[in-house]
Structure formats: structure tokens, C-alpha cells
Design a protein around this ligand. Structure first.
Ligand code: GLN
Length: 282
């Protein structure tokens, strides 16, 4: 007799399969993937454990389970992720927004006056600039990215959050920032050194855009370029705030200091790693 695939049986099978493939949270990923395919929330899954799955449902689920087993990030399979409690579309053209990057958003908020202008360098999905625009309704904001494909994703996210009036997108290189002055410049630039590349998780190394991750000069080139332009591109009193890799705090602070920024600070993330460096133009 052929055993029926109930939801619970498939959930157990998938969890076990993901575990064997070395995935960090196999049960959670299995739940989120099945819930997505069956258009249920996670509570809905629990309530439907005994439900037999149809052949059509299994045909939708199987290829996605296989792809996750090959370490394709769950967020790309689901097509979206959450950041700052907002929903963002993500595709392989953009880095998946990380929880750690919410520290950069928090620091930008704590250095923001009532009104002002902000530039987000390397905006990707737009997660940072969009989160900030929802909090700072009197600010004008610009998202810059070198990748047109990323800007398309950012555009869709701006539209889904109805922030077209507040955020403009500009295609451009971080080595030549728009010829304007800003009160805040924020960036989560690429900062992985080539020497670190092989040690990245397969989800990151094989599927996320290298353009958003890898940086020359031992991971520092973007900080050098941003610091070099800060004096021309910041208003007096303005701040440059960047996300960093956990070994880069000292050297990035030195770069900011050498460029003429003051009131330098480092902020740790919630796991105690240095995550944001900031400096002010006085
Ligand atoms: N924090 C990301 C990672 O660990 C890297 C983000 C970036 O390079 N800006 O994969």
C-alpha cells in the first residue's frame, strides 16, 4: 500500500532532508517553505497536520525542497523577507537584508533631526532607505546603486510601501557620489575580503550577488572611497554611518578620522560584534 503524504509526514521528511544537507534551522525552514507553498501561516500548518497533500501540491513543493537542499536561500525561494518589520521583495539580484543591518537603521534614526536629506549608498533591495523613510516622513532620501537589476527590485519595494514621493533612485558608482550634500550618508557596502570568500556559507557564496559582497583592498575599498568623499558630500554637522565586518572597526575608524570626520563611534550588534561605525563632519 502506498502511504499517503500528510502534511506532518512531509514536514518531518523535509526537516530530516534539510538537516542532512547541513541547513542551520531545518525545521523552521521546512515549516516556512511548506506554509508558503500551501498558502498557510505557520499556525495553519499545525492545524492541518493530518491533511493529505494532493499530487498538484506535491508537484509545487518538491522542486522548492530540492532547491533549498542545494542551499539556495529560503528568502529567494519565497521571494520576500522581513526587515524592520516590513516586507521586502528579494531576488538573486539583491543581497538578502540581514537582521544585523537593523543596527544601521537604529543609528541613522538616532542621528537624524526632524527634517533632512539622506543618501543610501548601495541600496540593493532598498531595505535600509525604505525602513528609514517609514520612520522619517519629513526627510528626502536617495538610494544609489550600480546595479540596474537591483534598482528594479528597490523600485518595486518603494512602490509597495508607497514611498515614491520620498525616495528617488539613482544608478551610479559609489566612487562618484551624486554632486549634492546630505545630512546623513548611510551604507552597507560590500566588505568581504577575497581571502574570506571560500569560508562563506554556500547560501551566500553560491547564490547572493558577489557585487554586493566582495570588496578589494582586503574588504576596505568602499570605506576608503566613502571616507574620501565625505567632506564634499556631507552638510556641516552631517554623519557618515556604515555597516562593517566584525574585524574592521578599528581600521574604518582610522579611515574616517584621517578623512577629517570627528565624534567617531562604533556600535555593536546584539551578538556583541562591532557592526556600525559613524563619524560626523563638523
Ligand atoms: N553581513 C553580510 C554577510 O555576512 C555581508 C554584507 C556585506 O558585505 N555588506 O554575508
Amino acid at each position: 500500500m502506498v502511504e499517503t503524504w500528510t502534511l506532518l509526514r512531509l514536514l518531518r521528511w523535509t526537516t530530516n532532508f534539510f538537516d542532512e544537507k547541513g541547513i542551520d534551522n531545518p525545521r523552521l525552514d521546512a515549516e516556512l517553505l511548506l506554509a508558503h507553498c500551501l498558502e498557510l501561516d505557520r499556525v495553519g500548518l499545525y492545524l492541518n497536520y493530518d491533511r493529505p497533500l494532493s499530487a498538484d501540491e506535491l508537484n509545487v513543493i518538491r522542486p522548492l525542497v530540492k532547491r533549498r537542499g542545494q542551499r539556495e536561500p529560503l528568502q529567494y525561494l519565497l521571494g520576500s523577507t522581513e526587515f524592520w518589520s516590513l516586507k521586502f521583495k528579494v531576488t538573486p539580484d539583491v543581497l538578502i537584508p540581514r537582521g544585523d543591518t537593523e543596527i544601521l537603521v537604529e543609528e541613522a534614526l538616532s542621528h537624524a533631526a526632524e527634517t533632512g536629506s539622506l543618501l543610501d549608498v548601495g541600496t540593493g533591495s532598498g531595505a535600509i532607505v525604505i525602513s528609514l523613510a517609514t520612520e522619517l516622513s519629513e526627510w528626502q532620501m536617495t538610494g544609489l546603486d550600480i546595479s540596474l537589476q537591483a534598482l528594479h527590485v528597490a523600485r518595486e519595494n518603494i512602490e509597495s510601501h508607497q514611498l515614491e514621493q520620498q525616495i528617488e533612485l539613482v544608478e551610479g558608482n559609489l566612487a562618484e557620489l551624486p554632486q549634492q550634500q546630505y545630512d546623513l550618508i548611510v551604507s552597507n557596502p560590500p566588505y568581504i575580503a577575497r581571502s574570506e570568500w571560500d569560508g562563506l556559507m554556500p547560501e551566500v557564496r553560491c547564490f547572493e550577488p558577489e557585487l554586493a559582497l566582495l570588496a578589494e583592498e582586503n574588504g576596505l575599498i568602499c570605506y576608503q572611497q566613502l571616507a574620501g568623499q565625505a567632506l564634499q558630500r556631507l552638510n556641516s554637522g552631517g554623519w557618515l554611518l556604515v555597516e562593517i565586518g566584525c574585524h574592521q572597526a578599528t581600521v574604518v575608524k582610522e579611515l574616517f578620522s584621517a578623512a577629517g570626520l570627528t565624534n567617531l563611534f562604533v556600535r555593536d550588534d546584539y551578538s556583541g560584534q562591532p557592526r556600525v561605525v559613524g563619524g560626523q563632519l563638523l
